[in-house]
Ligand binder design. Structure first.
Ligand code: SF4
Ligand code: SF4
Length: 118
C-alpha cells in the first residue's frame, strides 16, 4: 500500500478529472484482453483515486492510447508512473518488478540478457 499521503493526493489530482464518459474503453489493449471494467482506463482511474491502487498498478502498458481521445485530457500514464515510483521508493514493488530493475542495472535491458556481438 502506498503510504505517502502526498503521493496519493497527487495521483488523485491527476485522475480526479475523469468524467467517466467511457470514450477510452475501446482504445485500451489491456481491457481488450481482460474484458473487465476494472481494466478499462476509466476503471483504472477510479481505482487509482481510492485505496485500490495496488490491485491495478501494473495493469497498464503506458501506451497512452486512452489519452489521445480523452475529453478531460486525463494523463493516466503519469499517474501510473508516479504510483509505481512511490512503491519502488518504499521498496514495495512486486518481485517481478524488482527482478526487472536488477536486470536493467546488470545488463541494460529488462530481460537481463547481454547483447550479442556481431
Ligand atoms: S476518456 Fe478520459 S474522461 Fe472519459 S472515461 Fe476515459 S479517462 Fe475518463
Ligand atoms: S495507457 Fe494504460 S489505460 Fe491507457 S490505453 Fe494504454 S494500457 Fe490502457
Amino acid at each position: 500500500m502506498i503510504e505517502s499521503e502526498n503521493a496519493k493526493e497527487e495521483i488523485r489530482e491527476i485522475v480526479g478529472g475523469c468524467i467517466k464518459c467511457g470514450l477510452c474503453r475501446s482504445l485500451c489493449p489491456v481491457l481488450r484482453e481482460l474484458k473487465e471494467e476494472q481494466y478499462s482506463p476509466r476503471g483504472k482511474a477510479m481505482m487509482l483515486s481510492d485505496e485500490s491502487i495496488e490491485k491495478i498498478i501494473y495493469d497498464c502498458t503506458l501506451c497512452k492510447a486512452c489519452e489521445k481521445q480523452c475529453p478531460a485530457n486525463l494523463k493516466l500514464c503519469k499517474a501510473f508512473i508516479h504510483a509505481r515510483a512511490v512503491l519502488v521508493k518504499q521498496k514495495k514493488e512486486i518481485p517481478e518488478n524488482r527482478e526487472m530493475i536488477k536486470n536493467l542495472e546488470k545488463s541494460g535491458n529488462m530481460f537481463g540478457t547481454l547483447e550479442e556481438e556481431n
